[in-house]
Ligand binder design. Structure first.
Ligand code: ADP
Ligand code: ZN
Ligand code: ZN
Length: 741
């Protein structure tokens, strides 16, 4: 028998099946991992069996050396999905397969064990020996032995840190019979089970019941359907998810619950774990590789029926899926911007079709794309227009920041109105959330004499000042530079920081309201594990009056005693150079204002802006999604933007600018050639240098096509196969990229 094997290799040039003979006594099935020898050099390689056949076209096949799995490591249905992903997103089979596997698998992230060291002799003996060594030349060994006297057993990594020694020091001590080294399994938990209290289904409101009943019927009947649920913030969408999933479990089916990474807070996880207990696996990026591996195994072994996770959880190795839910379906984070550049929604619909599942897309502000499909009958629309407790949506006020400067001579980032409202809240002991669409102390540094802006030398972006480190940081590559004292361009000393960041707001607040307790939540304060949780639970426990933060404060937070929300600069997101700028702003403003007044007291929201007449701001103020949709969809149609076409970015990137530009020109000619025989492509922009012309020392040239991506798939496929590896230029194709830079 012959096995067709795909090797674990990212390279395109060996992206195909290779035939191997299965030795007579060997048992192997499709989906098992195997070890083989590859190529003329007989390189050791690993791969996965994708097909077993009787014969091969080739002679003198090599044999499979070893089978790594008794049971298939991935199912046949997942192998088929990989083929589909490879075809749709122009990647190699292995790149597709990796999506379905836990990270770090190749590096062997199996069970987590830690190595410990312990004394084999008594503490007294060890201590005197250590003194002896310290006085002679074996100083480090002495220090290590001394450290062991203080703590034993001890993790070897900790021992190295404490003693300044390393693995060879330790092994010398072991050889002398003074210490022993052993391994012990360390258990990893993605969430703390003991902290969660069980919860029961609520009695659904009439609006909730309509959706829940529909979903339950679909799940029982294994009906494939995509449902769009537009429910205002606080209408109880999560309760709908919970009851649908509950039904799934009762039917013996599985459920995938996707939440944007940023909303995957312990608060969110808690709502699922408290309802479903140990039937839930949780996957998010703050987990270590090992933790993810453990969660993945629970899913694969059928120990859980529900996975709650960010984008990548769409690849959970479940069979018999009943429902796939995407909460906040409008979020751009559901689209991957690294190869394979998939959209979780597409994968969800594909998987749903395969297993007879329902897809539920939910949002207070659905993406234009999804709402358009619902209007066209492609999706089934449900709406929940009331908050579950009939609490009114917050009253939103727009503050014209131009007036602040000219009429009130107020140079603070907080308008007088907002200051007044904050003061009121402090007095009433109710909480406030302030939202700023930026991070860091100020966004960029510029020379007041010549206008020079400090840019990263490897990327064509301005660097950001970080106050606590007092350095300039590039947000693309992480490069740090000292803050310039004189302008590198003209030598002037008038270098100035522009813009306002969360730290600056925090300082302003403390200045204006010295007794207020302020918490700041941004990438700086939440970068360590659990940082997010600490801040949120402190705010939840009432340890602060005001929470200031970036995007993170806009999502999924449900604190009943927040009665005031302030948006400090609605303009920063409105000016973005992207056709989706209005859509993004509308949903952001709606989401953030929705954080106010979720409890007994009606909420207020204040939007500060320099563009008070901007229609997006006004629609958001009135909570008027439908009018916003009508106006925006008309403009998309007029300008021929998605959903009326796809935007396809074809980007070449390489170290050498000339080679990169030349390669792009070659692609351009092929596209122009293609256009001679059909009219599928309605317009072409470029090729030209991308707005971010260089990232991490890679030049970027790009062209944008407006077309139906499915119609021009053969063209895109053939372009994706052109190789310029020798010149180190790489091509990437991105359909409807989330980032237009
Ligand atoms: P959304 O996700 O639509 O913003 P949530 O699901 O967070 O809304 O619901 C808001 C609040 O209402 C939550 O505290 C939730 O527990 C509560 N809630 C939702 N539905 C019900 C219900 N049927 N009965 C009682 N409380 C409910
Ligand atoms: Zn200058
Ligand atoms: Zn950089």
């Amino acid at each position: 028998m012959i096995a067709k094997v795909i090797l674990n290799n990212r390279q395109h040039n060996i992206d195909q099946c290779f035939d191997y003979e299965i030795p007579a006594q060997m048992e192997v099935s499709v989906g098992c991992r195997v070890e083989v020898l590859f190529g003329r050099g007989n390189f050791f390689a690993r791969g996965i069996v994708v097909e077993i056949t009787k014969s091969s076209y080739f002679k003198n096949l090599k044999e499979i050396r070893k089978v790594l799995d008794k049971e298939p490591f991935v199912s046949e249905s997942i192998l088929n999905l990989c083929l589909w992903v490879k075809e749709k997103y122009f990647c190699s089979f292995y790149q597709a397969l990796r999506l379905f596997l836990p990270p770090g698998l190749e590096s062997g992230a199996r069970e987590k064990t830690a190595r410990y060291a312990n004394l084999k002799i008594s503490e007294d003996e060890a201590l005197s020996l250590a003194e002896d060594m310290l006085s002679k030349r074996a100083k480090v060994q002495g220090q290590m032995l001394k450290a062991l006297c203080e703590i034993h057993p001890i993790k070897v990594t900790e021992l190295y840190t404490l003693s300044g020694g390393n693995a060879s020091t330790l092994s010398s001590l072991a050889k002398k019979g003074l210490v022993e080294i052993f391994s012990e399994r360390v258990y990893r938990e993605a969430y703390n089970k003991n902290k969660y209290k069980p919860s029961e289904n609520y009695v659904p409101t009439p609006e909730q019941k309509k959706v829940i009943d529909h979903l339950k019927n679909n799940i029982s009947a294994s009906k494939t359907e995509t449902i769009l649920l537009r429910g205002v913030t606080g209408s109880g969408k999560t309760e709908v998810f919970l009851q649908a999933i509950d039904h799934c479990i009762k039917q013996g089916k599985t459920a995938i619950m996707l939440v944007p990474e940023i909303s995957l807070t312990p608060q969110t996880v808690n709502r699922f774990v408290s309802r479903f207990g140990e039937s839930v696996a949780v996957i998010h990026s703050r987990l270590s590789q090992g933790e993810r591996f453990d969660e993945w195994n629970k899913i694969k072994n059928g120990e859980v029926s529900v996975v709650v996770g960010a984008r990548s959880a769409i690849f959970a190795p479940f069979e018999n899926i009943g429902i796939i839910i995407l909460d906040e379906e409008h979020e751009t984070s559901y689209k991957s911007d690294t190869t394979p550049k998939y959209h979780a929604k597409d994968i969800a619909e594909k998987r749903a079709k395969e297993s007879g599942a329902t897809v539920l897309l939910a949002s207070a502000t659905p993406s234009l794309h999804s709402f358009y499909k619902a209007q066209n009958g492609e999706y089934t629309l449900f709406e929940m227009t009331h908050r579950y407790n009939e609490m009114e949506l917050p009253e939103v006020k727009i503050v014209d920041m131009r007036g602040e400067l000219f009429n009130h001579k107020n140079f603070s980032p907080l308008s007088l109105t907002l200051q007044r409202e904050i003061a009121k809240n402090l007095e009433n002991k109710t909480k406030t959330i302030l939202f700023l669409n930026r991070r860091g102390y100020s966004t960029f540094t510029s020379c007041r004499e010549c206008g020079y802006v400090l840019e990263c030398t490897d990327c064509s972006v301005s660097m950001t000042y970080h106050k606590h480190k007092n350095t300039m940081v590039c947000h693309y590559c992480g490069k740090e530079m000292p803050v310039p004292e004189i302008c590198p361009e003209c030598g002037s000393r008038h270098i100035k920081f522009f813009g306002t960041g969360t730290q600056k707001i925090e300082e302003t607040l403390l200045d204006k309201f010295p007794t207020a307790r302020v918490l700041r939540m941004d990438t700086d304060t939440t970068s360590h594990k659990g940082g997010h949780e600490e801040i949120l639970s402190a705010f939840g426990r009432g340890e602060a009056d005001i929470l200031v933060g970036t995007q993170m404060v806009t999502k999924g937070l449900d604190f009943p005693d927040v009665t005031l929300v302030g948006v400090l600069a609605a303009d920063t997101s409105l000016c973005m150079d992207d056709f989706r700028a209005s859509e993004k702003s509308f949903s952001l403003l709606t989401q953030v204002c929705g954080r106010a007044g979720r409890g007994e007291i009606k909420g207020r929201a204040i939007i500060q802006t320099y563009q008070p007449q901007n229609s997006t701001v006004v629609f958001a103020k009135d909570h008027d999604y439908l009018s916003f949709y009508e106006s925006e969809i008309a403009s998309r149609k007029r300008l021929n933007y998605p959903p009326f076409c796809d935007i396809i970015s074809i980007m070449a990137s390489g170290e050498n600018e000339e080679n990169t530009a030349k390669f792009m020109e070659k692609i351009n000619l092929l596209v122009k050639d293609y256009m001679k025989t059909n009219d599928f492509i309605s317009s072409v922009i470029g090729p030209s240098s991308a707005p971010l012309s260089k990232i991490k020392n890679q030049y970027r040239y790009r062209m944008l096509l407006k077309a139906d991506s499915e119609k021009i798939h053969p063209l895109l496929k053939s372009l994706s196969e052109i190789k310029e590896d020798a010149k180190k230029v790489f091509l990437s194709i991105d359909i409807n990229p989330t980032n237009m830079l």
